[in-house]
Design a protein around this ligand. Structure first.
Ligand code: BGP
Length: 458
């Protein structure tokens, strides 16, 4: 069967500043944390020398061209642009991002720019990070500076990438700095992130720029083990906590009433100001980026909650390991292609069918050198992964979902936070010693698909 996509469909990939640039300038929480606890990072590899995009941006953009990208998302590093988060702008950073943006446009690759991809300037973390409303204001200023500097040539902006991840990693599950486990503080961080998002949207609207502004959310459809009301309720709470805590404010301009009621009943609500509601209502977006990697399967709890234990989302559900689920064993994530369709249908039916696109989807695999044939990684598994997700995406579009594109994570193997270079995601293999870039089979497959705006599959 031939799967053809609408005209002007966005084909491309995503990356982020800290994971690719290398040549660190402006300290982030990652630099600080790595200096103190290198053992937290796979093989002790930190963020200093990631995939050298800072030096090789021009030839890397050539490679994007070879992959037939018509669009590409990366982020601006707040700490590179404004090293202390709030003060002077670094002119070298302005030059660098100007060059990258201009070259992308020159090559007819539409730049999609994220303002915050997990990389908090350390100076901002030192005053409390997202727990402090002053940091919300500093971020709003940073956003406004970016719009003023680059808004004439960047027409697709994203305030945050996966804002729930720093909440989970930094304040619940101990996989990002500052390694706190405290739900109320996590809720405050999430809430202030939504306020920061809304302030950036407000600034963008006030500037009457020509483009559009959105956010990138990692949506994990929550599937109950069974239709038993207890399992269904468990899935509902997981959905409220991990999806709707950001989805509802950015698309509906308000929080789900049952999420607010639930947190209130456990005394976990962040401190709110009366004017916050108006601000959140102004944070409604033009375009939603959807990162989809895995579903969330849950069941009701098998055991009673220990009332002395810290309050956690897991007070309301257990994870459910569905027998026979397909796994990516390297990352430990389930692969469930219909999830992409379920997300789109949910947006169509319950959120007014917003303009959206898949902003990340991908498969990290360890030790890909074992698949080298004639000097090239033959990653057939990745081609299958992509084409199966695309088939479900295609079904969604044919049923009226407003999905405008598909971006892969990622173009060149890059540094994956605490996993460093363990799992490789790229269309292009990166030799860490020589920095040599070699297109994988999946890169060739994607280039052909983008060129034809279609692909064939049985
Ligand atoms: C997303 C992030 C990316 C990227 C990707 C792969 O959550 O937006 O930054 O890293 O996941 O995940 P990981 O690197 O954790 O394997």
């Amino acid at each position: 069967m031939k799967y053809a996509f609408p005209d002007n469909f966005w084909w491309g990939s995503a990356s982020s500043a800290l994971q690719t640039e290398g040549t660190r300038e402006g300290e982030t929480t990652w630099d600080y944390w790595f200096a103190r606890e290198p053992n937290r990072f796979h093989n002790g590899v930190g963020p200093q020398h990631t995939s050298t995009f800072y030096q090789h941006w021009k030839t890397d953009i050539q490679l994007l061209k070879q992959l037939n990208h018509n669009s590409f998302r990366t982020s601006i590093s707040w700490a590179r642009l404004i090293p202390d988060g709030i003060g002077e702008v670094n002119p070298d950073a302005v030059d660098f991002y100007n060059q990258v943006i201009d070259e992308l446009n020159e090559q007819d690759i539409t730049p999609f720019i994220t303002l915050f991809h997990f990389d908090m300037p350390m100076a901002m973390q030192e005053i409390g990070g997202w727990e402090n409303r002053d940091v919300v204001d500093a971020y709003a200023r940073y956003a406004q500076i970016c719009f003023e500097l680059f808004g004439d040539r960047v027409l697709h902006w994203f305030t945050f990438n996966e804002p729930i991840v720093p909440v989970e990693g930094g304040y619940l599950y101990d996989f990002h700095y500052p390694n706190v486990v405290d739900f109320r503080r996590a809720a405050t961080v999430a809430y202030h992130t939504v306020l920061a998002h809304a302030k950036a949207v407000q600034a963008y609207r006030a500037g009457h720029y020509a483009g559009e502004i959105g956010i990138v959310l990692n949506l994990t459809p929550s599937y109950p083990r069974s239709q038993n009301p207890a399992d269904v309720k468990a899935a509902h709470v997981a959905d409220l906590m991990f999806n709707r805590s950001f989805l509802d404010p950015v698309l509906r301009g308000e929080y789900p009433a049952d999420l607010v009621a639930l947190l209130k009943s456990y005394d976990q609500l962040p401190a709110c100001k009366p004017e916050d509601g108006f601000l959140i209502a102004e944070g409604k977006i033009d375009l939603l980026g959807i990162n989809y990697y895995q579903p969330r399967r849950v069941k009701c709890r098998d055991s009673a909650v220990n009332p002395q234990a810290p309050f956690m989302p897991e007070w309301f559900f257990d994870s459910y390991e569905m027998p026979g689920r397909k796994m990516n064993p390297y990352r430990g994530w389930e692969i469930y292609e219909p999830g992409i369709y379920d997300i789109l249908v949910n947006l169509r039916d319950n959120y007014g069918n917003p303009r959206c696109f898949i902003s990340e989807n991908g498969m990290g695999v360890e030790n890909e050198q074992r698949f080298i044939e004639n000097g090239q990684i033959n990653d057939q598994y990745r081609i299958e992964f992509i084409s199966e997700h695309l088939a479900w995406l295609h079904k969604g579009i044919s049923e009226g979902c407003n999905c405008l594109g598909y971006h892969m994570w990622t173009f060149i193997d890059n540094w994956s936070w605490c996993n460093a270079y363990k799992n490789r995601y790229g269309f292009i293999q990166l030799d860490l010693k020589t920095q040599k870039r070699t297109i994988k089979k999946s890169g060739e497959w994607f280039a052909a698909t983008a060129l034809n705006n279609s692909f064939e599959k049985e």
